[in-house]
Design a protein around this ligand. Structure first.
Ligand SMILES: [Zn+2]
Ligand SMILES: [Zn+2]
Length: 347
């Protein structure tokens, strides 16, 4: 029971590095419970009233923008520098990510880099090695605080990132105000209320749990194509729901890669968006992995590559904590490649 009471508070504090006042604690509690209860209420109204086309569009558009804000913005662009973008694109994706209510961008990045640096080890903030529940939401109960200086040092010099991160609350609540105003314009107060329910609370609930499923499901269920020192998996369902982030074994093998899907059949909407922006000449220096490197990693771990998560960040002393990596017995690159090609199957 104590944990149930503690849960909503920790849920909000998990990304915070600041002491939180009583007033803030109350607000944070509401922000956790309202989406959960609203989703239950929304499901009931679905049977009695049926969700309107407007509500559905607001939910889907809101979910997609916030999800891309996390996957393209927070994760591939900010945390791993998978591509370079002009400030207006960076601001757009980081603001969309903030609207997903997963904490300020800098805190999210530091938490995620700590995960890469210690994946499925004692220092991993959210590994299912402890338990599936711990990896999904239980880790939030463990008083976790991201260490920005240690894990996100290079990002602290980026003024745009620091500004959007520091004004996180503003953008997060804008993510609720926008659906309400659209619904209000189309259907008055009741329209605004339902739009807020589906496009705000339910959308937030789905964004949360799909992201958390990458931490829990994708380190437990699925296939492993590449040799890594952790338990990361490729999972089709999470791949689809999380805009391509479910190809998580691929991602741990090549953290800097802008593409997480490494085959045509590994659907990766975030990579399609990145590829389109690149073709339009809007973003540059997109990190992609050569087929030879993919082949080598199918049978051989490379700790230095796994820990290359953010340019300019030196994790020595952090990465060494996990011990020695598995190394394949193959002696030459040609031998490794030919073996890997022979092993490869499309599904
Ligand atoms: Zn992972
Ligand atoms: Zn990552």
């Amino acid at each position: 029971m104590k944990r149930l009471i503690e849960y909503p508070l920790r849920l909000f504090l998990f990304m915070s590095t600041m002491p939180v006042s009583l007033k803030a604690k109350i607000v944070l509690q509401l922000l956790v419970w309202v989406p959960l209860l609203s989703t239950v209420y929304a499901i009931f109204t679905l049977w009695g009233r049926f969700i309107s086309l407007t509500d559905l569009v607001i939910l889907l558009v809101g979910y997609t923008l916030c999800a891309l804000g996390i996957t393209v913005g927070y994760h591939r662009m900010l945390t791993h520098k998978g591509f370079e973008a002009p400030d207006w694109i960076r601001a757009f994706f980081l603001i969309c990510g903030s609207m997903a209510f997963q904490g300020p961008a800098l805190n999210w990045a530091a938490t995620h880099i700590q995960h890469h640096a210690n994946s499925d080890d004692d220092m991993d903030p959210h590994s299912p090695v402890k338990s599936f529940f711990h990896a999904h939401i239980g880790w939030i109960l463990d008083d976790f605080r991201p260490d920005l200086q240690r894990y996100a040092g290079p990002l602290l010099k980026d003024k745009l990132v620091v500004f959007i991160s520091n004004t996180f609350v503003l953008w997060a609540f804008l993510g609720l105000l926008i659906p309400f105003l659209i619904g209000y314009a189309l259907g008055g107060l009741s329209g605004g209320g339902y739009a807020l329910l589906w496009g705000g609370a339910v959308r937030m609930f789905l964004n949360h749990h799909v992201t958390w499923a990458v931490n829990s499901v994708c380190h437990t269920y699925g296939n492993r194509e590449f040799v890594t020192t952790d338990q990361s998996r490729n999972n089709l369902l999470i791949g689809l729901l999380a805009m391509g982030e479910g190809w998580h074994n691929n991602h741990h093998a090549f953290p800097r890669s802008a593409n997480h899907g490494m085959h045509w059949w590994q659907i990766d909407p975030s990579a399609y968006i990145i590829g389109t922006l690149e073709k339009l000449g809007i973003i540059h220096k997109v990190v992609r992995i050569a087929p030879e490197r993919l082949a080598i990693r199918r049978i051989s771990a490379d700790v230095s590559e796994e820990r290359d998560v953010l340019p300019g960040l030196h994790l020595s002393g952090v990465v060494m904590e996990r011990g020695t990596a598995m190394v394949a017995a193959a002696t030459t690159v040609a031998e490794v490649v030919s073996h890997a090609v022979a092993q490869q199957s499309p599904l």
